[in-house]
Design a protein around this ligand. Structure first.
Ligand SMILES: [Zn+2]
Length: 1042
């Protein structure tokens, strides 16, 4: 899926992921196969999950006898997804419904409204947050949060696009699914926020003043979320590009909200916007899965029938073509260091005056893949190897909005080199148009795209929602919502054309060479800008305050107090009972196990998982990371990248990459570490992950062996580029995902696994990269020698683990290929470290403030519960989940104004951390963390609330997974020594959790506010200064990063 457009969501996605997986596991999961292209197209059949009840046979499905106020407009069958499609229109309101029936148990629903904004006050975004804050049937503060607490959902969020707002849900449990649909429909059509200005103030913006002698400020969840977004130069670039390409239609403003404009928004405008666009006549609904079609219509009609048809103009105007190219020069907030002194440059094109037809869309998708889809693609390679910048920016093709666009550029460019980057882009494109693509490049793209389409691996994102988003990209713009889902026929046609003629040169000429609708964005660092923006914000508030009488100031104080009081008063149990909930008896008592067969093949532990994968083999080969000497550990991530980027002694990098693309599903190499509970051992491996069809497994393993044994490691220019790229991506992670950096630092002060993890992917890694960048010039031979030392030490069969996921037939057919791969590895590493990792590695515990240029903070605090005597009990999962949806949500997000606040309990290491995300506060947040102890000790939970928390936790534990994820999860359980019996015991503990467990856990959490507990936060230099002044007793150590 293209990701160029600015899109915002109700709930921070990163923290959600953090809740359900331990950090070590996450690090390895993140590293997918190295081929970047994931076309938003899917596979032949959604055969992976089976219906619980009588399976649907989609081809024979008839339309329901009773249509409940709808008319059947069209009946179709999409073979690619084995789905029966009915397209309905609601007679009374004109609401449109796409209904897909198939045997996927992961049922999906979404309601989407076209919501084109006229300005950058962020109305669509604030509304997206606010409609989920109570509705007619569900008159409580946040039904959304109640659903997160107590539902088995596999997806629950809301998204604001530049021109639409989407409310999607998914669940494998039918009753749960229907509950979610009901709550969402009521929220969209009957929200309380249109009559309740307090919600608008909370989610949008308001003046906050605790007492007349304090400073008045702007507050609001969206306000602060967008301040965080505007602190990231990458987001600034994307926004400038979109607005410059579309100056004349709705894409020329920011639907998310510009923090300098948000405070102009009035409640009346906000209410009117809902009145205008949130109407059935402007809605498009989507149902997908194995649930009953008639019931879908019945539910919808119960909401729609009270409305009448209304004419609503929400069409997105077409942007007219420019007659000549444009240029925009803008700036971003830069840090103090000289390393921050770097520009961005990106060239953008508008490709068409409307959505592409299916065949052109596919051809342009191929072109995008050929130009940028892999590190060997010529446009990407020319830029990456130019030495002109640190990393690629621009998303290539973006085709989800009304008119498709294309963008490419570089970041980390010296200002004087900007013209060179521009000419390089122009010249490379011209050269490609002249020379065409090689057959090897085309074969590679064809196989990669076909593989991705048939695999249809949407990861944790439900397949039905991925299809919905694709359908909407035609449906919203008067296109055909069904045809866009097909790919077999257009693909066959395109391949036939490609065999006969040059398909791509005319496209390149038309879209990228002769196209005058081209905008170049230059984004330069400005060290003063942060202060200027801060001062402007303060001046605005001061000017407002200066115009107030003492009585009016008292009123602001009273309003602030009133808002806080409302926010901190929980809904009564009677009110909460309106939210439909499952019962504990709806949850299976038995933990599901993943089929796993463990055997030993020589020195290798072999795990196999007999799971149907539609002819695909998923293979992981793990080598013991303990073999790498500790002083070389921080070089391992770079070594992994170098192994995949310089070719082998047999083939050049381009030949190797194209052969991999043409004959496999891709593979990747990355490190993984985690603590193991109840042991001083650390699980630490190098993970080689690959996939292919059963027939390609031999080629997959030959190429993996070739890379491991013969990859070149001595290309200085390439290596330098990799270091700069890694540094740039770590720097943007510190700035836009500071909570994970803070968490990593706390772990490094706690355990050896945490220390190693930080060396590999935390702040220590960033520091190492800075030194390494200099060392390349002074000691290149030494660097190469170190890289070779790592390979010699780690590439071996000793202590290795192989993990294979496929059905028995595929496993059988590919066993020989796997065996030859293992045979090719040396039995022992050379120069491998043998001593155990010392506990002295752990960083000395301090309270630390990491400063970067930012307008928001990421605040962490943590302690190890096992060290203070706590023994793992299943109730900890329930309590941790409840904290993130009650105490921390209410205090850190709702009244604190942060975008997110949650806790993370790593059950392997025992580390319990509180983390906040895009937070205006620092010390106040820490005080809220400390308050968790009292919150738990004093808690009084009625039965419903407790049941909800248990059910929600079970939803996380039983989360829906595609086959490759199942095999990988089983591997993690094996490595971290989590046995099925233990999982069953935890499950029973979760199900039996009582109020007493919460109170007891309050005692346990005393550890997190004891003197040994540590604070680590990513903050602005000003926030650091203020905190040190206010709390000298915390003895903060300040580390300046950028
Ligand atoms: Zn948001």
């Amino acid at each position: 899926m293209a990701s160029g457009m600015m899109m915002t969501t109700t709930r921070a996605l990163a923290p959600v992921a953090a809740r359900s997986a331990s950090r070590g596991v996450r690090a390895a999961v993140r590293a997918g196969p190295s081929r970047g292209f994931a076309p938003s197209l899917g596979a032949r059949r959604s055969v992976y999950c089976k219906a619980v009840e009588a399976p649907v046979n989609p081809t024979e499905l008839k339309p329901p006898a009773n249509l409940h106020g709808f008319e059947l407009v069209r009946e179709d069958y999409v073979a690619e997804y084995d789905s029966k499609v009915f397209f309905f229109r609601h007679a009374k309101t004109g609401a449109e419904v796409m209904s897909l029936s198939n045997d996927d148990e992961n049922k999906c629903f979404g309601v989407t409204l076209r919501t084109p904004p006229a300005n950058s006050t962020g109305i669509p975004h604030i509304l997206e947050h606010s409609v989920l804050c109570g509705s007619r049937k569900y008159p409580i503060k946040e039904p959304f949060v109640e659903l997160i607490k107590g539902s088995l959902n596999t997806f629950l969020n809301a998204m604001t696009y530049p021109d639409r707002t989407c409310y999607p849900v998914a669940s494998c449990n039918l009753q749960d699914f229907r509950n979610l649909v009901d709550v969402y429909l009521d929220a969209v059509f009957h929200p309380r926020c249109v009559d309740n200005e307090k919600t608008f103030q909370q989610e949008g913006w308001h003046y906050e003043l605790d007492s007349p002698d304090q400073e008045m400020t702007f507050k609001g969840v969206v306000y602060n979320e967008m301040k965080g977004v505007y602190s990231s130069p990458d987001s600034v670039l994307a926004r400038e590009a979109q607005q410059a390409l579309f100056p004349d239609n709705t894409y020329g403003v920011d639907s998310g909200g510009d923090p300098t404009v948000i405070p102009q928004l009035t409640f009346a405008e906000f209410r009117d916007f809902h009145g205008k666009f949130y109407h059935p006549s402007n809605s498009r609904m989507w149902f997908y899965g194995d649930d009953d079609v008639e019931e879908r219509l019945k539910i919808l009609d119960s909401f729609l029938s009270e409305f009448d048809r209304k004419e609503i103009d929400s069409t997105i105007a077409t942007q007219k073509y420019f007659t000549e190219p444009k240029r925009v020069v803008a700036s971003y907030v830069a840090g103090e260091g000289e390393e921050a002194d770097k520009s961005f440059v990106q060239v953008n094109w508008l490709l068409n005056d409307g959505p592409f037809d299916t065949e052109t869309a596919l051809a342009v998708g191929f072109l995008d893949n050929l130009l940028l889809g892999s590190p060997a693609a010529p446009l990407r390679m020319a830029l990456e190897e130019s030495g002109l910048g640190e990393a690629i920016v621009g998303y290539g093709l973006e085709d989800e909005l009304r008119q498709p666009t294309f963008a490419i550029g570089l970041k980390g460019v010296a200002k004087e080199d900007i013209p060179k980057v521009e000419s390089l882009i122009t010249e490379t494109i011209a050269k490609i148009a002249e020379e065409g693509f090689t057959q090897a490049a085309i074969d590679s793209s064809v196989n990669s795209i076909e593989f991705a389409m048939r695999e249809n691996n949407t990861g944790r994102f439900p397949r039905g929602l991925s299809l919905m988003l694709r359908s909407l990209s035609a449906w919203l713009y008067e296109g055909d919502p069904v045809e866009i889902l097909r790919f077999e026929e257009p693909l066959a046609k395109l391949k036939a054309r490609m065999a006969k003629e040059d398909v791509f040169t005319p496209l390149i000429k038309k879209m990228l060479i002769d196209n005058t609708h081209k905008v170049t964005i230059e984004l330069n660092p400005d060290k003063e800008l942060g202060k200027v923006q801060d001062d402007e914000e303060k001046a605005k508030v001061a000017a407002y305050r200066a115009g107030l009488s003492p009585e009016e100031i008292e009123k602001v104080v009273a309003d602030t107090e009133e808002l806080k009081r409302l926010q901190e008063t929980p809904d009564s149990p009677e009110a909460l009972a309106c939210i439909p909930a499952l019962d504990i008896t709806d949850i299976p008592k038995e933990a599901k196990s993943i089929p796993t067969d463990v055997s030993t093949v020589g020195a290798t532990t072999m795990l196999t998982h007999d799971i149907f994968t539609n002819d695909i083999l998923y293979a992981e080969h793990l080598m013991d990371l303990h073999a790498v000497p500790m002083d070389l550990m921080p070089l391992v991530p770079l070594w992994c990248r170098a192994m995949q980027r310089m070719g082998t002694s047999k083939r050049s990098f381009v030949d190797f990459d194209q052969l991999m693309g043409a004959t496999t599903g891709g593979f990747s190499l990355s490190p993984f570490t985690s603590s193991i509970r109840g042991s001083d051992d650390v699980s630490a491996y190098l993970v080689l992950r690959g996939k292919s069809t059963s027939a390609q497994a031999g080629q997959l393993h030959d190429l993996m062996a070739e890379m491991m044994l013969q990859a070149k490691l001595d290309d200085k220019e390439i290596f330098k580029q990799l270091v700069l790229e890694s540094r740039a991506s770590m720097e943007s992670r510190v700035q836009s995902g500071g909570h994970s950096v803070a968490a990593g630092r706390l772990d490094a002060m706690d355990s050896v696994a945490g220390y190693v993890g930080e060396q590999l992917g935390g702040l220590a890694q960033l520091e190492y990269l800075k030194t390494l960048a200099k060392r390349i010039d002074t000691d290149w031979d030494g660097v190469v020698a170190d890289l070779e030392k790592i390979r010699a030490a780690v590439v071996s069969r000793a202590g290795s683990v192989t993990n294979l996921t496929a059905d028995a037939k595929t496993l059988d057919a590919t066993a020989g290929a796997v065996q030859s791969f293992l045979d090719a590895l040396p039995a022992e590493g050379t120069g491998a470290a043998t001593e155990a990792w010392s506990k002295d590695l752990v960083l000395p515990p301090v309270n630390e403030l990491i400063t970067v240029p930012t307008q928001v903070n990421y605040v962490g605090k943590g302690a190890n519960l096992y060290k203070s005597g706590y023994e793992l009990h299943g109730s900890a999962y329930v309590i941790n989940k409840l904290l993130g949806t009650t105490w921390l949500w209410d205090r850190v997000r709702v009244s604190g104004g942060a975008y997110g606040g949650f806790s993370d309990f790593d059950s392997h290491s025992g580390m319990f951390s509180y983390l906040s995300y895009r937070d205006p506060n620092l010390l106040k947040t820490i005080a809220n963390y400390d308050g968790t102890v009292e919150f738990l000790k004093d808690i009084s939970l009625d039965k419903d609330e407790l049941t909800k928390a248990i059910v929600g936790t079970m939803g996380d534990l039983d989360s829906y997974q595609l086959p490759d994820a199942k095999g990988y999860t089983a591997l993690m359980r094996h490595l971290l020594k989590v046995k099925d019996e233990e999982r069953q015991q935890r499950r029973e503990e979760v199900l039996a959790t009582t109020e007493k467990d919460f109170k007891k856990f309050g005692e346990v959490l005393e550890a997190t506010r004891a003197p040994e507990a540590r604070v680590c936060a990513v903050v602005s230099p000003d926030a650091a200064k203020a905190a040190m002044k206010e709390r000298p007793d915390l003895d903060f150590k300040v580390t300046s990063v950028m």
